[in-house]
Design a binder for this molecule. Structure first.
Ligand SMILES: Cc1ncc(COP(=O)(O)O)c(C=O)c1O
Length: 417
């Protein structure tokens, strides 16, 4: 029989013990075993997010008049985000529950603003690189829009010329990622900006991964005397909106992202207003009605706890891990896809089945994503991975050589005979 609400309650101690036991099968992210899903930047940071979340666990971002504390924290978080993204005067933004909601909201704002200001005939179209996150397709599905995915060019970067060819009279939006999830490379946002400007289109930058990392990684690269990272914020004049996640490299609690707009009129097109029901006017800026006060409070607290220097220090740790992975790949003959300079690295193997190696890692409790066409392992770095990277590379090296020798095969066929 399916689980039903228990007739009587259970004491918390028993429940807690049950939950702790259930957790025993989860990936050991505190030991650095998750290179996706979790962004661990230290127990102290986690503690601040946890306590701040707990303080505001009952409060609701839907009611800014009832909770001026949340209103203040949210507007300070947005102000920080706008400053980090070089936003001009008059820019505006919102907090949302995550990257997907931020992207969907930007698409809605673009759709509705375009309908009022530069309407197209038929289904509004969004042109994205093949490497863009599926959230754009989810958004299009819900909003009655259409997404065209254009194959990437050299270095797994958005192919701006091919995207220009895909633009037609129905196109309202073009997209670049900073960086994209599969390869961790930053699309040529300045060139996409030229395309957007010449075709009169809305350019959205998906900086869900990089929004709270790029500004600090820039300092790390500058200090090391490296090439500066490509520009990917509002300093590119055609950028109309940016999505950036607090619950990724902002190190905030889950359920927190930001979506920013070059001008308030764009943000206004995101808002939903309805009045034909018993309670009259209802304005909701985002997809959600009720919004967790805890997520807003935790994001505010972590941003202030770490400050610029805390984020730069963590970017430095991420950079050291990425370079360690790059050096390992070079030494082992693995191919790094593109030229990532941030926190994601994807690599393949021309001498063996990298996905079989990936399955070997998984079997030993090391979680990460994979990519296809070509096949590769994708590793998303957290600052705390500097404690576990040696152990990871030991297992990776063994799995790669087992896959090359045919001892490790896909589908769980591991044979050491
Ligand atoms: C580039 C990019 N955009 C959007 C998203 C979606 O974010 P979320 O999972 O918070 O909805 C992700 C998630 O990994 C991402 O990597």
């Amino acid at each position: 029989m399916a689980t039903q609400i228990p007739a009587q309650g259970t004491d918390w101690q028993t429940l807690q013990a049950d939950m702790l036991a259930a957790r025993g099968n989860d990936v050991a992210w505190k030991d650095g075993r998750a290179a996706v899903y979790v962004f661990h930047s230290g127990d102290d940071v986690m503690g601040v997010a946890h306590d701040a979340y707990g303080m505001f666990i009952a409060e609701n971002g839907l009611g800014p008049a009832a909770f001026p504390s949340l209103k203040r924290m949210e507007s300070e978080v947005i102000s920080i985000a706008l400053d980090l993204q070089q936003a001009p005067d008059g820019a505006a933004g919102c907090m949302t529950s995550g990257g997907t909601e931020s992207i969907v909201m930007a698409m809605k704002a673009c759709r509705d603003w375009s309908a009022a200001n530069r309407p197209v005939q038929g289904i509004p179209k969004v042109v994205v690189p093949y490497s863009a996150h599926p959230a754009f397709n989810k958004g299009a599905h819900m909003l009655g829009m259409e997404v065209v995915r254009v194959p990437t060019a050299d270095g797994y970067l958005a192919d701006v010329d091919a995207m220009a060819e895909a633009v037609d009279a129905r196109t309202v939006m073009v997209v670049g990622s900073a960086p994209c999830f599969p390869y961790g490379v930053i699309d040529p946002i300045e060139r996409l900006g030229q395309l957007a400007e010449s075709a009169g289109l809305w350019l959205h930058v998906d900086a869900c991964v990089g929004g709270y990392l790029n500004p600090f990684m820039r300092e790390v690269h500058a200090e090391a005397g490296r090439e500066p990272l490509p520009v990917c914020d509002f300093s590119v004049p055609a950028v109309a909106s940016i999505s950036l996640d607090l619950h990724k490299y902002g190190y905030a609690a889950k359920g927190a992202s930001t979506v920013l707009y070059r001008q308030k009129a764009y943000r206004d097109a995101q808002v939903f207003h309805f009045e034909d029901w018993p309670c009259g006017h209802m304005y909701t800026p985002t997809l959600a009605g009720t919004r967790p006060g805890g997520a807003i409070a935790a994001a505010w607290a972590v941003l202030h706890y770490l400050g610029r220097s805390g984020y730069v220090a963590r970017a430095q740790r991420i950079d050291a891990v990425r370079r360690r992975l790059e050096n390992f790949c070079a030494a082992e003959g693995l191919t790094v896809f593109g030229d990532p300079g941030l926190s994601i690295i994807a690599f393949g193997d021309e001498r063996g089945d990298i996905l079989a190696a990936g399955e070997g890692l998984y079997a030993e409790g090391w979680f990460s994503s994979r990519v296809q066409n070509p096949d590769g392992i994708q590793y998303m770095i957290s600052p705390e991975h500097d404690r576990s990277i040696d152990a990871y590379l030991d297992v990776l090296g063994r799995c790669v050589s087992d896959a090359r020798a045919g001892r490790l095969r896909r589908g769980g066929a591991i044979s050491y005979s």
